[in-house]
Design a protein around this ligand. Structure first.
Ligand code: FUB
Length: 339
């Protein structure tokens, strides 16, 4: 694969073409975390590969080994793959399964956050640093102290504070934790009990560590009650993301086994958040994972599906579409195959 493999995005026809147009088609990409850094859109996706590992509910067949960064030029519509930005063999603490990453930018440095399994089979989250948004990134020697499970999403608030949201059930191992402590015997709550919640921690000024004990964020229903474990259409599964619109905090996530991307609205980065509705209806493939990126006065939804691989669930492709906040603050639901 050439380092500068290029596809073209037509921004004027984005919502017509998104049905069929992956951002890049020479490799499989998924779990897109998009950011607008220095006038360019950068996407930090998982890099899906065929591993021939048998399918299971823990996602062992998602056996990714490295990350590529994709940039999209707003003017030309060129989507460029910048090659390998970080490989698992260069991460001292990690053994396998480089799952959904995210990135942050501060004071001229770029930070790539990523989950991976250690040799004991337990996920942690690490960080790698670069002078360039496209890497290569140099990993810290240890995983972030106090981090666990998967799907980090790092949000920069307007006051310059950064927060990491993370967590994922089933293969993401969140059900093994209570109050940040791992116990193999812990399992999911019963269907009539409150669902497990995503986790947040504020970052230190150097963005390399947590500055506080991670805490749960509450997702409430219309009556102010925590969503229940049996409410599979609305409860948190994985794929945390945070964006801000009109002074409100929008926490969005995947419902996993019901395949929706949903959101909940709050007044500060810690919540509580009240369930607001669906952003994205199910896509081709089991997983759904997204990000929301503001580019000047527009918001874009980045997501993935398995159309290009004809439905192979661990061979996904990143797509983008314009996202609309309605006058009442709710997000217009996107049906990915009838945009
Ligand atoms: O890509 C591996 C995993 O699949 C991610 O971490 C989840 O969010 C799901 O998309």
């Amino acid at each position: 694969m050439p380092e500068d493999s290029i596809d073209h995005i037509d921004f004027d026809k984005l919502n017509e073409k998104a049905v069929s147009q992956p951002l890049v088609s020479h490799i499989y990409t998924a779990d897109p975390s998009a950011h607008y850094f220095d006038g360019k859109i950068y996407i930090y996706p998982s890099h899906d590969i065929e591993s021939n590992i048998p399918f299971d509910d823990l996602g062992s067949h998602f056996a990714m080994e490295d990350y590529h960064v994709i940039s999209v030029d707003r003017e030309s519509g060129e989507a460029t793959d910048h090659g390998v930005a970080l490989h698992v063999k260069d991460v001292a603490w990690a053994e396998k399964q480089m799952w959904a990453p995210d990135a942050a930018h501060k004071n001229g440095k770029y930070y790539l956050y990523f989950p991976a399994k250690k040799s004991d089979g337990i996920f942690q989250i690490g960080v790698a640093v670069s002078d360039s948004p496209t890497g290569p990134f140099t990993p810290e020697p240890e995983a972030i102290k106090g981090s666990y499970t998967i799907d980090p999403a790092v949000f920069e608030d307007e006051d310059g504070s950064y927060y990491m949201y993370f967590g994922g059930i089933w293969g993401g191992q969140l059900q093994k934790y209570r109050n940040n402590v791992y116990n193999y015997n812990n399992e999911l709550p019963k269907p009539n009990e409150p669902a497990l919640l995503p986790i947040v921690a504020k970052m230190t000024d150097d963005l390399l560590e947590f500055s506080e004990e991670p805490k749960e964020i509450k997702i409430l229903d219309e009556n102010g009650e925590l969503l229940l474990e049996g409410d599979n259409d609305r409860r948190f599964f994985e794929a945390s993301w945070m964006h801000k619109y009109n002074g409100k905090y929008y926490f969005s996530y995947s419902t996993g086994d019901t395949h929706f991307i949903c959101y909940a609205i709050g007044d500060n980065p810690y919540g509580p958040f009240t369930y607001g509705g669906r952003i994205l209806e199910p896509v081709v493939g089991w997983t759904s994972h997204h990000s929301i990126c503001q580019v000047e006065d527009k918001f874009y939804l980045f997501y993935h599906d398995s159309s290009l691989s004809k439905g192979v669930t661990h061979l996904r492709s990143v797509k983008m579409v314009e996202l609309e906040h309605q006058a009442d603050g709710h997000i217009k639901t996107i049906s990915p195959y009838s945009l």
